[in-house]
Ligand binder design. Structure first.
Ligand SMILES: C[S@@+](CC[C@H](N)C(=O)[O-])C[C@H]1O[C@@H](n2cnc3c(N)ncnc32)[C@H](O)[C@@H]1O
Length: 385
């Protein structure tokens, strides 16, 4: 059988999602290239063979790995809705009717499923890496090849220690084009530890709310200082009003509103599955029930013209890359989902130039708080409804 030839990234037409106008941002980087080169060499050395190879790809961002290795029929696992969307869109545009890679969810798969090859892009948060390795551990065998990749600035000794403590002996490659690989060997002696999901809590006595955060969730062990400023400028929410906590993370903003006005109706949305699960846990922990939760990109699928308030501490990074694209989508879709009398409140670092972006979609934008680090923006009178 011919060794696998991964599809060349240069020849594929891969786009980021959300689509960006910043031409300097690509949908793959040197870490993806190095991983693919290494996988190809394993086939050439006959350490891997295409016949009955079970392959899992973790944290593929935009499909570079899943699409290039389509012939292997890999499963891909990501916490991010944006990545799932990117992979599916790039599959459709590059592979048409020959899509062989499909999504994987450890909670829905039986432990009988064992992978021979596991390829991991190092996630931004160590807690997420640890959680993912613990889940993967129940799906591998002694001979599974485990290779992880990242840019040198994303790989630290702490990552390597996590591989060693969860899986076993771990080594690294030399850097190439500022990317590096991590090789880990699963040692059976590490198989006894149970796959645990570490939950972090913090309590805000002034609001009588406890927030719960799963692995990788934004500011899961303490209140973010930007969020704290936004909490000081929450709207007065009336009985029966509908409120969105957009990019909810652990759901702390939504929970505080639900606690103060039990007769409002909340919607909490996030693109991270673990964030949405955390927000649900926060509501359970605080015995709050007046909320719906949605795992989506911004507010896709949410009714238009139907909400009174939206609260948001928008991200200005996608993985490790700074971008305004997500904030812009959040402002635009907020303008679509708010009623004509509805209001959006946004907290942002002072250096972020959100005023002209908010003015694209709202007729009235003012700053209602300004300190040395943060501005809280109030946007009213949507131009889109
Ligand atoms: C700065 S954090 C704020 C989290 C939480 N609201 C808080 O204040 O602690 C931004 C959140 O937006 C989420 N996010 C990023 N991109 C998103 C998107 N396209 N759609 C929905 N949520 C997104 C992130 O997962 C993260 O939880």
């Amino acid at each position: 059988m011919n060794p696998l030839q991964p599809l060349s990234l240069e020849q594929l037409s891969l786009n980021r999602y959300p689509v960006t106008h910043d031409k300097s941002l690509k949908a793959w980087n040197a870490a993806d290239e190095l991983l693919l080169e290494h996988i190809q060499s394993l086939f050439e050395q006959q350490k891997l063979s295409l016949s009955s190879l079970n392959c899992l790809i973790v944290n593929d961002q935009f499909g570079a790995l899943s699409i290039s290795l389509n012939e292997v029929s890999p499963l891909f696992w990501t916490d991010s809705y944006l990545s799932q969307k990117a992979i599916q869109r790039n599959q459709q545009s590059n592979l048409e009717n020959n899509i062989k890679a499909s999504p994987f969810s450890p909670s829905q798969q039986s432990n009988q499923q064992k992978f021979d090859l596991v390829i991991i892009r190092i996630p931004k948060h160590n807690s997420l890496l640890k959680y993912q390795l613990e889940q993967i551990k129940t799906h591998i065998h002694r001979k599974t090849i485990i290779v992880a990749g990242g840019m040198t600035k994303e790989i630290h000794n702490s990552n390597i220690k996590i591989f060693e403590s969860v899986l076993g002996k771990t080594t690294t490659s030399l850097a190439k084009k500022k990317a590096r690989l991590i090789f880990s060997q699963f040692e059976q002696s590490h198989s006894d530890a149970t796959a645990s999901q570490e939950l972090k809590y913090y309590t805000l006595p002034q609001y009588q709310v406890t927030a719960c955060g799963l692995a990788g969730v934004f500011s899961r062990d303490k209140l973010d200082i930007g969020t704290q400023v936004l909490l000081e400028h929450l709207p007065e929410v009336n009985q029966g009003e509908r409120v969105i906590d957009l990019g909810c993370g652990n759901g702390v903003i939504g929970a505080i509103i639900a606690k103060s006005q039990p007769l409002c109706q909340l919607l909490l949305s996030d693109e991270s599955q673990l964030a949405v699960e955390s927000a649900k846990l926060t509501f359970i922990k605080n015995q709050l029930s007046n909320a719906d939760f949605i795992h989506t990109d911004v507010l896709h699928g949410v009714e238009r013209n139907s909400f009174d308030h939206i609260l948001c501490n928008p991200p200005f990074h996608q993985q490790n890359v700074q971008t305004l694209d997500i904030a812009i989508n959040m402002f635009k879709q907020s303008a679509q989902c708010l009623k004509s009398i509805g209001e959006l409140r946004v907290v942002a670092n002072r250096h972020l130039k959100y005023l002209p972006l908010l003015k694209r979609y709202f007729s009235q934008v003012s700053s209602i708080s300004n300190n040395a680090k943060f501005t809280v923006w109030l946007a009213k009178k949507s131009k889109l409804n």
